[in-house]
Design a binder for this molecule. Structure first.
Ligand code: KIV
Length: 270
């Protein structure tokens, strides 16, 4: 799968399914589930590394986890889902050269064929333009952008006409700058639905209603492995409970076998 394949899927009316992965194990699971794209999201900061937000994860850590995801995928190149790696906070906000170096490392050192970055302000558009013109496919991300948690919180975004118009403009600008797809997170469904019709690139939603070209979810949320899931991504199974139950059965039976009574050693002859 390549960026162009995702655009062809939109044109053909075929859904785009994207799940997050953070290591070889989770990559093998989501590939077996039949996704077109695997996102090594910076949500791994919270889901896997135990941070309170996505901000602390480093480029080094993103690369380390993306390499592991690549090792977990099987099949030939054409059978493998496309891998997209999030550019972490501060790897692309400090100017085009640093963004280029960060994205270049991701593409050189890992299986990822594209990067994702958040926002649609003028500085971000410049970075997208630079990356795309240099051969780096870029996926955009608007709406709830967790790297801006200290400004936006985790609330639904674009609830009023002014912010909806701003988001529409940013979406069009990201498409014009060369993004091959756009993630819309936690925005009103009708807004995502109308943008999907306006844009030629796929709109991939999470908490953005059903009428998107594709959907993305954090795998650990779907499996019920995280301690709390966002309202727009309820768990499909109670994975945490199932895992704890199974492991508890094991711990209850693990340990040395019940001692067998052996005769005490005979007293040495003297
Ligand atoms: O980091 C992530 O997992 C994401 C998804 C929520 C889209 O960006």
């Amino acid at each position: 799968m390549r960026p162009a394949d995702l655009i062809h899927r939109k044109q053909a009316g075929l859904p785009i399914r994207m799940l997050t992965a953070w290591d070889a194990l989770s990559a093998a699971l989501v590939q077996a589930a039949g996704v077109e794209a695997v996102l090594v999201g910076d949500s791994l900061a919270m889901v896997v590394l135990g941070h309170a937000t996505t901000l602390p994860v480093t480029l080094e850590e993103m690369i380390h986890h993306t390499k592991a995801v690549g090792r977990g995928l099987g099949g030939t190149a054409s059978e493998r889902p496309m891998v997209i790696c999030d550019l972490p906070f501060l790897s692309y906000q400090c100017g085009g050269d640093l963004a280029m170096a960060a994205a270049g490392r991701v593409l050189k050192e890992t299986e990822a064929a594209a990067v994702k970055l958040e926002g649609g302000e003028a500085e971000t558009l410049q970075v997208v333009d630079r990356l795309v013109r240099t051969g780096v496919p870029v996926m955009g991300h608007l709406g709830l952008t967790p790297q801006s948690v200290h400004q936006l919180g985790y609330r639904r975004q674009a609830n009023d006409p002014i912010s909806q118009e701003r988001l529409r403009r940013q979406a069009r600008d990201l498409e014009a700058a060369g993004c091959f797809a756009l993630v819309l997170e936690h925005v009103p469904g009708p807004l995502a639905s109308s943008l999907r019709r306006q844009l030629t690139i796929p709109v991939i939603g999470i908490g953005a209603g059903d009428d998107c070209d594709g959907q993305v979810r954090v795998t650990a949320d779907l499996l019920g492995l995280t301690s709390r899931q966002p309202p727009f991504s309820p768990p499909l199974i109670d994975g945490r409970q199932l895992a704890v139950q199974a492991l508890r059965q094991w711990t209850e039976h693990a340990g040395p076998a019940a001692p067998t009574i052996r005769p005490s050693p005979a007293a040495p002859h003297c």
